[in-house]
Design a protein around this ligand. Structure first.
Ligand SMILES: Nc1ncnc2c1ncn2[C@@H]1O[C@H](COP(=O)(O)OP(=O)(O)OP(=O)(O)O)[C@@H](O)[C@H]1O
Length: 250
């Protein structure tokens, strides 16, 4: 298996404050890779650095070509899809209009999206702002899948959703992953267990663990040390003044 996305010594800053310190990982060209870590350790900022949405330095390679100095729109054109944490649907527009606005290519993948999200087809004329959180998440994922991306960056898609809807979103991501490799920032470890092949753990802006996701989740000592929780819990916020916990008990 080769890497579709390679990140080396990535650092990112917001308003002069460094929020990503030194992140290095490889994303395989198939399956789902989970980015894990406590609240505020820099997971979202890592995705935003890759996309050029925040100031960054380091090496970022997509399918062998450097994208580290490209502006965001060029990175998106090269095939990096993004499903942001806050979903960002246009609330006054219908589902169909939201999807139409996302289409970049001549032959968008409408059949794939209709197959993966039949509920959105039924609701095509409903204003996106009146959809449930889970349905809005489906719109956000569907928008990204309309285009032929080389990799999809998905940020906390199950956050704040009811358990049944979490399962639906996980179902959709599992199906989507058959068509595109996914980088998934996710706090729900049951979802990670179900979907992810590899897990990358970030702490204080640095990668502190990379390995098989199931092996990590099956190791309660490691989960407690790296994420500060039991393997059936959700990671808690980092303590004030929290430092890299690699090698130290939580
Ligand atoms: N717009 C911003 N302005 C200032 N600081 C920010 C901004 N966005 C993020 N940060 C800070 O950057 C650090 C990393 O935040 P980030 O959102 O990347 O973490 P995260 O691991 O994704 O957290 P969570 O799991 O809570 O979403 C945090 O200390 C956060 O407070």
């Amino acid at each position: 298996m080769s890497a579709i996305l390679t990140v080396e010594h990535l650092a990112g800053s917001i308003a002069g404050q460094q929020v990503v310190e030194d992140v290095t990982f490889e994303i395989p060209d198939t399956g789902i890779t989970a980015i894990l870590g406590r609240n505020g350790v820099g997971k979202t900022s890592t995705l935003r650095s890759i996309l050029g949405l925040i100031k960054r330095t380091g090496t970022i390679t997509l399918a062998g070509e450097s994208i580290a100095t490209l502006p965001t729109h060029k990175i998106v054109q090269r095939g990096v899809g993004y499903v942001p944490e806050d979903r960002e649907v246009f609330s006054k527009l219908t589902v169909a209009e939201n999807l139409a606005l996302a289409e970049r290519q001549k032959n968008p993948n409408r059949e794939l999206v209709a197959e993966l999200f039949p509920d959105l087809v039924k609701r095509r004329n409903q204003a996106a702002g009146t959809l449930s959180g889970g349905q809005q998440q489906m719109v956000s994922v569907a928008r990204a899948l309309l285009n032929d991306n080389r990799v999809l960056l998905v940020d906390e898609p199950t956050k704040g959703l009811a358990p049944r809807i979490v399962t639906e979103v996980a179902d959709a991501l599992e199906k989507a992953a058959a068509t595109v490799p996914i980088v998934l920032v996710e706090q729900n470890l049951e979802v990670v267990r179900r979907l992810a092949g590899t897990a990358v753990v970030i702490d204080s802006g640095r990668v502190v663990h990379t390995g098989d996701a199931t092996a990590l989740l099956d190791d309660p000592v490691l989960v407690k040390r790296l994420l500060g929780v039991g393997s059936h819990e959700t990671p808690s916020p980092a303590a004030p003044g929290h430092e890299n916990t690699q090698g130290s008990p939580a």
